[in-house]
Ligand binder design. Structure first.
Ligand code: SF4
Ligand code: ZN
Ligand code: ZN
Length: 302
């Protein structure tokens, strides 16, 4: 297997691009994919102040590396979810990454700053940990991004195609109307972008390894309840048979079908009675979780 560009020995084959690359040309290829995505979807410019949600996994750390290398001003925000060793280890990796490169990093410890960890909130509310985790991340990242121009996340092609598949399978037209690599700023919400939508999970893993980036390789211990992961596995089987199917599915939707869901009625947003962040009800989902955790704590005499 030879590199498409220089004919040296290739280190990775990308079947959906019908190409293989040596180390250096793969790194260049991946950076170009990200640059192209940023330009095509008008995500941000060199003057914008960016805040990146970093988890310690390969996607967000690879993206931090790529964006700083492209010359963007990017701070990171890490949410300490309180999931035992997994959180301790990923926090350490993020802190070391930021420290070595002198990058700005804010750590938000959920237990200290909002009064509950993800496992604790899941127990008190009897919701799945991933559901509590997902809604807490959305809320806290949006809040942390106040003062920044754009909130950046490391969602990749696998994440986005699996989310699209789930939303199509259930015909969740409201979510389909919001499935986009860019969500413009709206009352109380900062602009959100996903520059890795053209990049597959195995490619960010390869990039991180080739760049010597230490990332969290263990899966979160709560992952068993994550339905998106199941969908990803099915899509991987399809991709194995038909390389490129995930990209066709996602980009075909974005180019030809997404516009049909633009008119989906958007829920009317008002300020949450407790925290002031935008919500559809009187009290936002995050504040409701916080109330239920507190109530549970009192019941148990904590
Ligand atoms: Fe959060 Fe679930 Fe992902 Fe763990 S697997 S980090 S609980 S969303
Ligand atoms: Zn090469
Ligand atoms: Zn609230």
């Amino acid at each position: 297997m030879r590199c498409r560009v220089c004919r040296q020995r290739a280190v990775i084959e990308l079947r959906r691009h019908n190409a293989a690359f040596c180390r250096d040309h793969f790194i260049t290829h991946l950076r170009r994919q990200v640059e192209r995505t940023i330009a095509d979807f008008e995500m941000f410019g060199p003057e914008d102040r960016l805040l990146l949600g970093v988890s310690g996994g390969k996607d967000s750390l690879a993206l931090w590396d790529i964006l700083t290398d492209l010359g963007y001003r990017v701070d990171g925000v890490y949410l300490e979810l309180g999931i035992d060793e997994y959180s301790a280890e990923s926090r350490k990796l993020v802190e070391e990454f930021a420290h070595r490169r002198s990058l700005g990093l804010r750590v938000i410890d959920l237990a200290e700053e909002v009064g509950f960890s993800v496992p604790e909130a899941a127990r008190s509310t009897r919701r799945s940990p991933c559901s509590v985790c997902g809604s807490s991340k959305r809320y806290l990242l949006n809040q942390a991004a106040a003062g920044y121009d754009v909130l950046v996340t490391g969602h990749n092609l696998d994440d986005e195609s699996a989310t699209l598949f789930s939303n199509v399978a259930t015909w969740n037209t409201e979510y389909l109307g919001r499935q986009a690599p860019v969500l413009p700023a709206a009352a109380g919400f900062v602009k959100k972008v996903k520059p890795l939508v053209r990049v597959a999970e195995r490619e960010t893993a390869a990039y991180a390894v080739l760049r010597g980036i230490a990332y969290e390789v263990e899966e979160c211990p709560m992952v068993a309840g994550n339905t998106l992961n199941r969908t990803k596995r099915w899509l991987n089987l399809l991709e194995e048979q038909s390389p490129g199917i995930k990209q066709q599915f996602l980009f075909g939707f974005l180019e030809r079908a997404a516009v049909r869901f633009d008119d989906e009625e958007k829920p009317r947003l008002i300020a949450c009675g407790e925290c002031g962040q935008p919500t559809t009800g009187d009290i936002c989902a995050f504040c409701r979780t916080r109330r239920r955790v507190r109530a549970g704590g009192e019941e148990w005499g904590r």
